[in-house]
Write a protein that binds this ligand. Structure first.
Ligand code: ADP
Length: 244
């Protein structure tokens, strides 16, 4: 059956560094409606996979976003094609307000002239997105004084406001307290309804609670894929994680 909504399809992806094979003919697909977690031991190739999707690793094979091939597209053009990524340490402009950060993100997509021509005041899109990420009350707050969790939400908001359809999130709940983790999980569930969301995560408890499916990478290959229950009972996965 053809895939609906947003999807990211990766076929026969291969990434080598000199003669070391970091991703070995991996084929994976991600789609909206599915909150997918990508896990695997250190060195499995998770970061390299995300780097390949975002144009930062030398890759061969095929990567398509909703049918459009993107492999070989320079990183700065990928945002315009809807590919967005966050890093563990949120990269927001600390001296600017939350709203100004959002304006810069939407300007990055739409062009600076549009941004400068726009009359003062929040666009409804910025307002709606701040609402989605739970930062409505912080529009005028300097990003630098936000909590670690709020900075992550702002960074996610900055991807949403520039119409990213594929979101690659690197350990989004690292360093968060329980309430922020729960709020983040619910936010990601909501976003995943109409975006392809890929969460690289080490926090197994967070994964168990919020993943609708899981891909396990090991030594550059897909070791297992399925529901949380499938993954947890998979002998190969148990061996990689527990050595049993
Ligand atoms: P993970 O994110 O799952 O911990 P990585 O993608 O960071 O794994 O790394 C996968 C493998 O590729 C590791 O063995 C790592 O040493 C290697 N690797 C990653 N980037 C480079 C690079 N730029 N040059 C050489 N080897 C690399």
């Amino acid at each position: 059956t053809p895939m609906r909504g947003v999807f990211l399809e990766i076929e026969n992806l291969r990434v080598t560094f000199d003669d070391f094979v970091a991703i070995d003919d991996a084929s994976l697909s991600f789609y909206s409606g599915d909150l997918r977690f990508l896990i695997g031991p250190n060195g499995a190739g998770k970061t390299t996979l995300v780097d390949a999707i975002t144009g930062l690793a030398p890759a061969k094979g095929r990567i398509e976003v909703s049918g459009q091939p993107i492999l070989g597209t320079p990183t700065h053009k990928l945002a315009r094609l809807g590919i967005g990524r966050t890093f563990q340490n949120a990269s927001v402009f600390e001296e600017l307000t939350v709203e100004q950060n959002m304006d810069i993100a939407s300007g990055a997509r739409r062009g600076w002239t549009t941004l400068l021509r726009r009359r003062r005041g929040m666009t409804s899109k910025v307002r709606d997105t701040l609402e989605t990420v739970g930062l409505s009350a912080y529009a005028d707050t300097k990003a630098g004084v936000l909590s670690h969790g709020q900075k992550q939400w702002l960074e996610i908001g900055m991807l949403l406001v520039q119409d990213c359809t594929v979101l690659l999130l690197d350990e989004p709940v690292a360093g968060m307290g329980k309430d922020e983790r729960q709020a983040t999980g619910r936010l990601l569930q909501k976003i995943a309804e109409d975006h392809a969301v890929i969460v690289v995560e080490h926090d197994m408890e967070f994964m168990r609670e919020f993943a609708t499916s899981v891909t396990v990478l090991a030594q550059g290959s897909v070791l297992a894929e399925g529901s949380v229950a499938d993954i947890q009972s998979d002998p190969a996965v148990r061996e990689v994680y527990l050595g049993t």
